[in-house]
Design a binder for this molecule. Sequence first.
Ligand code: NDP
Ligand code: NDP
Length: 313
Amino acid sequence: MENRITQLFEIKYPIIQAGMIWCSGWELASAVSNAGGLGIIGSGSMYPQILQEHILKCKASTVKPFAVNVPLLYPDIDKHIKIILDEQVKIVFTSAGNPKTWISIFKDHGVKVVHVVSSSKFAKKAEDAGCDAVVAEGFEAGGHNGREETTTMVLIPLVKNAVHIPVIAAGGIATGSAMLAAFALGADGVQIGTRFAASIESSAHDAFKQKIISSEEGDTLLAMKKVVPVRMMRNKFFDEIQQAEDRGATADELKQILGRARAKKGMFEGDLDNGELEIGEVSAQVREIKPAAEIVEEIWQEFIKGKEKLAAM
Ligand code: NDP
Ligand code: NDP
């Protein structure tokens, strides 16, 4: 299949693996790219030198296109961007900030820029800034989330209506059927996080992967709206945050409870009680830890079969 997303990134399937802190290093990104999707290195948790190592290893492991996700609030962002340009990475996914600040430097170097948004207003801003595509990420998604709490089902048609550039749907998508639903709503591609966080090549701690595949409906919730809304798994840390929120804790008090490096503790070091386990709602549908290539192929086959089934209706 060819469409605007496969053409934009020069990939086989319009399936993109989300950049996820502590989960998507070079191993996952190169596995997804080798399987025909677009793999993304999540740079938000990487010190500059580590990011450079991961880019070099990714280049050594695949000849296919891959991207780097750059959360724009990263403290050493200028160092990250210099590395991305020096290493001639061709595609960047920006998130958590305004892409306008950095877009001209990327464009001057021929880098394709995709921005992650949670509303049609920000999608329009990204298009006006010169982005090549947007990821429209709904409320089901893990990690940082939009304040408006718009679900993927509502967000995709709104964003599609607001912009002319290709729209990549994200949030709650882990299967070929969900991909088909996103395409029915107007998406040109899908970005999938949670399903790949629980893959063999994900750099997440094995205890966290096991927790994902044994989780049930209702096990992820949104917390910390006063600071930055984050979807995470319920655990001891979540309960502490929720109790504080229930008694009316201020943003500063919540930040104090959060402390530093909570996500690393939970997702990378496997402390399931005290760590912050950022993951999407769709984890309740993920039941097995599989190689990334198998996941890509499974999603694609289910998408094709579902498309034929609907056409025959
Ligand atoms: P790699 O085996 O691919 O290591 C990549 C490179 O990072 C290696 O060359 C290694 O150098 C270097 N490195 C390792 N630890 C550090 C450190 N603390 N400070 C500076 N450089 C370091 O990947 P690994 O899975 O072993 O992880 C390497 C590092 O990358 C870890 O520190 C981890 O925190 C980070 N990481 C981050 C991910 C994320 O999503 N943010 C995902 C996976 C890993 P040397 O050859 O000297 O060992
Ligand atoms: P914290 O401030 O609590 O901790 C920073 C973490 O990032 C530490 O674990 C640290 O590793 C690591 N790190 C990597 N590079 C740097 C650096 N230059 N300076 C300081 N720390 C660094 O932040 P979070 O863990 O909550 O978030 C980390 C990053 O990930 C942020 O940039 C945030 O925007 C992004 N993020 C993106 C999300 C998404 O959905 N895309 C979701 C959540 C966060 P160490 O402990 O080894 O020092």
